[in-house]
Design a protein around this ligand. Structure first.
Ligand code: PGA
Length: 252
């Protein structure tokens, strides 16, 4: 179902105590149910505590920032989708550019993560986006199309409908250099066309496509007003309750 979603990606930040304080700060400031789901993508060790805290409030959800692409076994230090589900995790980020870049995750591995997450009832937030060199060459739509085809387009329609897509141009992540509203809208519209070509217009119109990359309290309202931008995946600005709440309130 297409809906506006705001997801905060804490990355490797905050202690448990600071994290719970942040969640409490957001909940306290949002007395009314937000217009769309609000998701906290926390570090693994905090998932269970955050899930417990959110249980009593409708519209708030907890996400993992990653999962392993194998179901179980001898993978020291890794975390499986079953483990995530068993502590109350509802969403999982898959294919964040930092995972692709620093941990060399491939499109094929990401496809396996997507399959496992769906099989175990977790909702994937699939991240895609191009590096600066590709944007400068003007081949960004083709680049993202390849990511979608390799990791998502093997899915049957019923499964694809559970996917949330987050478009995050790598050059905009953590740099303070946001994509312009025109650049974001252009890519989001292009992604919707790609989905329509594969699954039909009905499915494309039902797909939530979030924007990520230096999205903040100031630029969120204009970005979210774009017809094909359905909310955001927020890094730095999700670490302060006031800023994150302002972004949540920017949902149209
Ligand atoms: P940023 O990160 O908002 O700090 O740019 C976004 C992300 O990496 O999801």
């Amino acid at each position: 179902m297409r809906q506006q979603i705001v997801a905060g990606n804490w990355k490797m930040n905050k202690s448990l105590e600071e994290g719970l304080e942040l969640v409490k700060g957001v909940l306290d400031r949002l007395e009314q149910r937000p217009r769309g789901p609000v998701v906290f993508a926390t570090p693994y060790p905090y998932l269970q505590s955050v899930a417990k805290m959110l249980k009593v409030r409708k519209g708030f959800h907890v996400a993992a920032q990653n999962c392993h692409h194998e179901e179980k076994g001898a993978f020291t230090g890794e975390v499986s989708v079953d483990m995530l589900a068993s502590v109350g995790t509802e969403y999982v980020l898959i294919g964040h550019s930092e995972r692709r870049q620093y941990f060399k995750e491939t499109n094929e591995q990401l496809a396996r993560k997507i399959n496992l997450a769906l099989a175990k009832g977790l909702l994937p937030i699939f991240c895609c986006g191009e590096p600066l060199a590709i944007r400068e060459r003007g081949t960004h739509v083709g680049y993202v199309a390849k990511q979608l085809k390799a990791s998502l387009f093997h899915l049957h329609e019923a499964d694809f409908r559970k996917i949330v897509i987050a478009y995050e141009p790598i050059w905009a992540i953590g740099t303070g250099r946001t994509a312009s509203t025109e650049q974001a809208q252009e890519m989001h519209a292009a992604i919707r066309v790609l989905v329509a070509k594969k699954y039909g217009k009905g499915v494309a119109d039902d797909t939530s496509i979030l924007y990520g990359g230096s999205c903040n309290a100031q630029n969120a309202p204009e970005l979210f007003r774009q017809p094909d931008v359905d909310g955001g995946l927020i890094g730095g600005a999700s670490l302060k309750a006031e800023d994150f709440v302002a972004i949540v309130n920017a949902m149209k």
